[in-house]
Design a protein around this ligand. Structure first.
Ligand code: ZN
Ligand code: ZN
Length: 271
């Protein structure tokens, strides 16, 4: 079984339809494919305006799930499983609304993500980082990590997306914030969340997976379940950098990864 759960379509910032992404994944040898377009319930107009550029209209969630169900009906077989998820942004201000919204749909999993540090869109562009001095960059990281603590406590997600996302453009975790990152990992472990190895990072300026190998090692020590995801936004990306990710899992002695069915986690052997 080769899974990949974190993938996007034209419902958010992907370049192909759900069906096209599923077919490409199947052709690439993925045996359990999940679609997880972006859902952002913004806490204010600044975030809402930015999120409109890359996430689905929140009131179209029902249509998105409907289309995913149709693709599932058409393509699912014993050999190829299709899962339905969303990548939902966590905000303290809107978490109640998000929970209320999500329960209405037959989702297999909900990915918890933080793409904003305050109103700052962390992974939007390198240019937005350029004017920030050391202190401001530290602040982006710190606010982000504190927000992850809220995400863990929310009890609304199945796994955490790209845990160290602020490194995307090359601003790596400041050493002074290592204890706070440790606190986040402990919160992930305590609340029963899983962490993905997001292979998209290898194609970004940071040139490594999310999270880093050092953080993955710590996650394994804390018995946090892992899974490998391509975060594909195009049909050519459905299995990107999987050999590198599985070689890290092997070097860490990980024998099992997660699968999710109707919001229940099961452990399956590493392929
Ligand atoms: Zn994301
Ligand atoms: Zn994503």
């Amino acid at each position: 079984m080769l899974t990949s759960y974190h993938n996007h379509s034209t419902w958010s910032d992907g370049t192909a339809s759900i069906r096209e992404m599923a077919l490409a994944a199947r052709d690439a040898g993925i045996t359990e494919f999940g679609i997880s377009d972006h859902l952002v319930l913004a806490p204010n107009d600044v975030v809402a305006e930015n999120a409109r550029l890359w996430s689905m209209e929140p009131n179209r969630l029902a249509d998105y799930v409907q289309e995913a169900l149709e693709v599932k009906d058409e393509l699912e077989t014993r050999e190829f499983r299709f899962r339905i998820g969303v990548e939902a942004d966590y905000f303290d201000e809107t978490i109640g609304d998000l929970k209320a919204k999500l329960v209405a749909y037959p989702l297999d999993y909900v990915i918890g993500a933080c793409h904003y540090s305050g109103d700052f869109p962390i992974d939007h562009s390198a240019e937005l980082w350029e004017p920030l001095d050391t202190q401001a960059r530290h602040q982006v990281w710190e606010v982000y990590l504190r927000k992850l603590l809220g995400l863990c406590a929310a009890g609304c997600f199945d796994f955490v997306a790209h845990l160290d996302l602020p490194k995307k453009f090359g601003e790596f975790l400041p050493a002074a914030l290592a204890p706070l990152m440790e606190e986040v990992l402990r919160a992930v472990a305590k609340t029963g969340l899983s962490i993905e190895i997001n292979t998209a990072g290898w194609d970004k300026p940071c040139q490594e997976c999310y999270p880093s190998e050092a953080l993955l090692r710590r996650a394994v020590e804390l018995n946090i379940p892992l899974l490998v995801n391509a975060d594909a936004h195009a049909t050519s990306q459905t299995r990107r950098h999987f050999p590198e990710a599985y070689s890290i899992l092997k070097s860490l002695g990980v024998k099992q990864v997660c699968e999710f069915i109707k919001r229940q986690r099961q452990m399956i052997p590493v392929p």
